[in-house]
Design a protein around this ligand. Structure first.
Ligand code: SDX
Length: 385
């Protein structure tokens, strides 16, 4: 096999159909079940987009009310999950906390299912499991940040919608509607993006008929990587390194000389800009105005214009979302767990889609190791002669 036939990183390889989202780099657009994502971000609560990804249609008022009621019933940080998180060092990375929490929820829910064939679940059971994780993650992420700050958990409120309650549990105060709207938009933008690395990881695990919780646990591990979800955290580390707009040129000279990847820029599929950036940038602008922080945009714009000008590599969603989450008050380490809380909807939609039309995912490899050789003195027995 020649090197040209190897598709390293599966770059440009189409491996299956999906009806969940369409990423179109030619038109720089993203559709969730046919709807442009910027239209959904401007008009829908995140709960309605979760419903859309799972069911293929936006919910009626009654269907949205039912999903909201179920989500609110399951928001509480349960004792077993809190105890599991408390067993981890407070210095543990929050993505390790989230991965652990998903495992605890899954182990408890599947306890007693003896036959591994039954753990895969029915479509109804997996929709229920999806809603369970969708509802549980905000309390897990919020508790992680508060624990690192030495603060107690804040109980969920069932009079607030998903986004407002997430902010309430994190900061212990009701957020301004401007902040709630910007946060809601970010969750919708982060919810789904076809066969990205973490979603494909989830589909590979689901293709073995393993359970939904195992698939999500694997996806969390994949998303932690700085080439993927971990980039939004890394963007803030870069901003902290640079400090101010007037230091961008010097910093970039050094970074590029050392062949560093500039986090928040570039994309495997989009090559002329990420379709989600304009909507997330508008949300960032609304936060900059709300908090009166024009300095944030000075550094943001300086780094973008200089890097795009030099390398022709454009920002991805992580570039505007990092400073937006920083302005809202999330710790930098909390950023990628926020990505998990949003992407749990896309991951679980893909897990269910894989299960509905499954084939074990097992690609080939081209061997380029040692030629066949044998153990000195080995005498084959009758079985292997
Ligand atoms: C997400 O797939 C998805 O849909 C992911 C995601 C989602 O919603 O699920 O959109 C979320 O993960 C967004 C991406 C977040 N990651 C980062 O911001 C990390 C920084 N970005 C790069 O590592 C890179 O752009 C990737 C990994 C995102 C994409 O890289 P590719 O397509 O594999 O391309 P590449 O790494 O081979 O880069 C091609 C060239 C290289 O130069 P040469 O080695 O050929 O000279 O462009 C350069 C790269 O060095 N390059 C960068 C760069 N991105 C590409 N150089 C510096 N900084 C960068 N950010």
């Amino acid at each position: 096999m020649t090197d040209t036939e190897i598709k390293k990183g599966l770059a440009g390889v189409t491996v299956d159909y999906t009806a969940i989202s369409k990423v179109n780099p030619d038109t720089n657009s993203l559709l969730y079940r046919g709807y442009p994502v910027h239209e959904l971000a401007a008009t829908q609560p995140f709960e309605a987009v979760a419903y859309l990804l799972w069911h293929g249609e936006l919910p009626s008022e009654t269907q949205l009310a039912q999903l909201r009621a179920t989500e609110r019933e399951r928001r509480a940080l349960t004792d077993d999950v809190k105890a599991a998180i408390d067993l981890l060092p407070v210095e543990a990375h929050p993505m390790d906390e989230v991965r652990t929490a998903v495992s605890v929820i899954g182990a408890a829910d599947l306890a007693g299912i003896g036959n591994v064939m039954d753990a895969v679940g029915t479509p109804e059971e997996n929709l229920d499991r999806s809603i369970r994780l969708f509802a549980a993650l905000p309390a897990i992420v919020a508790y992680g940040q508060r624990r690192r700050r030495g603060q107690d958990a804040v109980a969920a409120r069932d009079d607030l919608d998903y986004a407002a309650n997430f902010l309430w549990m994190t900061f212990g105060e009701e957020a301004d509607p401007v902040v709630v709207d910007a946060f809601n938009r970010s969750m919708i933008l982060y919810a789904e993006h076809s066969f990205n690395a973490s979603t494909f990881t989830a589909r590979v695990i689901a293709s073995t008929l393993s359970d939904l919780y195992s698939a999500v646990t694997g996806a969390v591990g994949a998303l932690k990587g700085p080439l993927h979800g971990g980039a939004n955290e890394a963007v803030l580390h870069i901003f902290d390194e640079i400090g101010s707009a007037d230091r961008v040129t010097t910093w970039l000279d050094d970074a590029l000389a050392r062949k560093r990847k500039i986090m928040g820029f570039g994309h495997r599929v989009y090559k002329r800009g990420d379709s989600r950036v304009p909507t997330m940038k508008a949300a960032l602008d609304s936060l900059v105005a709300h908090y009166d922080r024009p300095d944030v945009l000075a550094l943001y714009d300086a780094l973008e214009s200089e890097f795009v000008g030099r390398k022709g590599i454009y920002p991805n969603l992580d570039y505007p979302s990092g400073p937006a989450y920083n302005l809202i008050g999330f710790d930098t380490l909390t950023f990628t767990p926020l990505f998990v809380a949003a992407r749990i909807t896309g991951w679980t939609a893909h897990i269910m889609e894989q299960q509905a039309s499954n084939a074990l995912i097992r690609p080939l490899s081209a061997y380029n190791g040692s030629d066949e050789r044998h153990i000195e003195g080995y005498v084959p027995d009758s079985a292997t002669a």
